[in-house]
Design a protein around this ligand. Structure first.
Ligand code: SF4
Length: 340
């Protein structure tokens, strides 16, 4: 669970139930500074002398905001639309694609006006264009790390439980699922867990839950009847990678409940980076050892001129054959959505 160094309440947010709940939760906690920001210009509270310092200050800050409701952003291929509940996350994964998106605002921002957000979501669900509209809750965040006090996921799961034409999904590297276990979710919310080897987590996924905790949390939500999937990502090819990824897959097999009513699915994504991302990672994590040697990768030209470095063809063949075999051996009934 995220315990910030400072919480900034923007104007009007204490008029909402979530705002007062967060305030009451933290008001007497030692080491948590409470700031009431009259201007809603929160950047000045986290500015440091360098990009790395601003990032560290931001990552220790929770901003409580009211969402201005406009059109939701589309979110292909994961879902139809992003559901804007939270942005940012306490994690400090060196490879995270959010570095660029959040820029000089790397704080966690939670939105208190859930009813306005749900009203807008409902307008998409009512559209005659599709039978079911899928919303992604983690396109710009990992909302589970603030769930014990924000309860945005709990409320959203309850909202979607009674929406015949809506589905909700989110992905996480955390394990704070206890508040979700007894909810009447009606199978409308799908929870994906991002897992990796413990070597990758401890090297590059700072301030996230250990892999065993994520697996344990996945078993809990499966027992609670939620549809569940796993993202094995990003896969790194380092010495001993096959042995360690195989261990994770079999650890998962041992921990997950048998006779689960939904098809378990997997998405496997190898590590990739753009030249711009490499530069930014160097600024934020000056001591990073993230493997980004261009000579060991293939450059793939992108649609809009943004190319990226992926593993070479022969490595990718090896990765695909490995995960296909190991996953099917451990979970013969599973669906492997893709290995890329
Ligand atoms: Fe990014 Fe997810 Fe890591 Fe948070 S947990 S820093 S959203 S990759």
């Amino acid at each position: 669970m995220f315990v910030p160094d400072r919480i900034i309440f923007e104007n009007g947010t204490l008029d909402y139930e979530m705002g007062t709940r967060i305030f009451d939760h933290f008001k007497d906690k030692n080491g948590v500074e409470i700031i009431h920001s009259p201007s809603n210009k929160v950047k000045s509270y986290i500015e440091g002398d360098s990009i790395a310092q601003t990032y560290q200050n931001g990552k220790r800050t929770l901003v409580v905001s009211k969402k201005r409701i406009g059109a939701f952003q589309t979110c292909k291929p994961s879902a139809d639309y992003m559901l804007p509940l939270v942005s940012g996350c306490m994690g400090q994964c060196e490879y995270c694609y959010l570095h660029k998106q959040l820029g000089d605002k790397p704080f966690v921002r939670v939105f208190v006006n859930l009813e306005d957000i749900y009203r807008k979501a409902k307008s998409y669900m009512d559209s005659p264009d599709r039978d079911v509209t899928v919303f992604e809750g983690s396109a710009t965040s990992d909302p589970l790390c603030i769930e014990p006090y924000a309860k945005s996921l709990k409320n959203t799961i309850l909202f979607f439980a009674n929406e015949p034409r809506g589905r909700f999904r989110f992905v996480t590297k955390y394990a704070d699922v206890d508040g979700l276990l007894d909810l009447p979710h009606n199978g409308k919310t799908e929870i994906r867990f991002s897992i990796n080897t413990e070597y990758v987590r401890s090297s590059y996924e700072h301030c996230t839950a250990v892999i065993d905790a994520r697996i344990h949390a996945a078993a809990k939500v499966m027992n609670a009847g939620y549809p569940v999937g796993f993202l094995i990502a990003p896969v790194f090819l380092y010495e001993n990678w096959k042995h360690e990824y195989k261990d994770v897959i079999w650890k998962l097999k041992d921990a997950l409940p048998e006779n689960y009513p939904y098809p378990l699915f997997f998405e496997v994504i190898t590590h990739r980076f753009t030249p711009k991302a490499k530069e930014l990672i160097g600024d934020i994590f000056p001591d990073s050892t993230l493997p980004m040697n261009e000579e060991e990768r293939t450059y793939k030209h992108g649609q809009f001129g943004y190319g990226k470095y992926t593993y070479k063809k022969e490595d990718m063949r090896d990765v695909k054959a490995f995960f296909q075999k190991e996953l099917m051996e451990a979970f013969p009934e599973c669906e492997i959505k893709y290995i890329i």
